[in-house]
Design a protein around this ligand. Structure first.
Ligand code: HEC
Length: 232
């Protein structure tokens, strides 16, 4: 509209205002070398897996479904999609993403029932990321910690972050509740869980969108399986 108005009213002697071409926003994350700052929320590792698992299910906000025109599976689709107010950097209180999560009206709340409301810790983390400027940061620890692959210390938190939004709640995808140790044992034995997270040819990748687990996370799952999958 602004452009049209300028064309109609602009004085012929003035050069027409043309914005500088901008680089495509948000494509590649800014990668920070570890040690990662515990106070900083790193979008790629801390926020994106949660948003994918809780919002980008098929039929919801993955690219194929794009409910309400909203796609929540990458930094650019979240920040530069059709809805400009979804995330307002620095202002979680103004961001519709937070608003719909905290909504109390069952017709408006996200994720919609029968999904459970998001855990307050997840909401706080997303809000903190927005408060810190909604940056596209990534941090990988320089060294992969291969010593801890216990169920409670490493494997369960990893599944909670990357998988539980889809494989949990009232209607888990593939009938698989990923936070239940016994179900994971079955999924490893009969549903090729490892091959899905390794994203091997012939296996639908898990998680289905986004960058997937990094090599250090996959290695932890491999070690835990090789160790007999203890519930330790
Ligand atoms: C965005 C939603 C979503 C996320 C996140 C997700 N999954 Fe899935 N998963 C599905 C759906 C849908 C299916 C059933 C269709 C299929 O197999 O592709 C499925 C199927 C599976 C299956 C069964 C495959 C089969 O052959 O029956 C396993 C095992 C699995 N997922 C493991 C995981 C693990 C482990 C993670 C996390 C690292 C994960 N998934 C993350 C949606 C998801």
């Amino acid at each position: 509209m602004g452009f049209v108005a300028l064309v109609l009213t602009g004085c012929v002697h003035d050069p027409l205002y043309m914005p500088e071409p901008q680089p495509v926003p948000g494509g590649e994350p800014t990668v920070v070398e570890g040690p990662c700052d515990p106070e900083t929320v790193y979008f790629q590792e801390d926020v994106l897996p949660l948003i994918i698992s809780n919002c980008a299910q098929s039929g919801c906000h993955d690219a194929a479904s794009a409910e309400d025109g909203i796609v929540l599976e990458s930094f650019s689709s979240i920040l530069y999609g059709d809805d400009n107010d979804l995330v307002v950097p620095g202002q979680p209180g103004e961001s519709e993403l937070i608003e719909v999560i905290l909504e109390t009206d069952p017709d408006k709340v996200m994720p919609p029932p029968p999904a459970e409301p998001l855990d307050p810790a997840i909401v706080d983390l997303i809000a903190e990321w927005i408060a810190q400027g909604a940056l596209n940061l990534s941090c990988e620890e320089a060294e992969c910690d291969t010593t801890d692959y216990s169920w409670s210390g490493r494997i369960l938190p990893l599944f909670e972050l990357n998988c539980a939004g889809c494989h949990g709640g009232a209607e888990p995808d593939a009938g698989l509740i990923i936070t239940e140790h016994s179900q994971v044992l079955t999924a490893v034995a009969y549903l090729s869980l490892l091959e899905h997270v390794q994203q091997l040819d012939g296996y639908s990748p898990m998680p289905p969108t986004g960058p997937g687990l990094d090599s250090c996370e996959v290695a932890a799952i491999e070690s835990w399986i090789a160790d007999g999958m203890p519930e330790n």
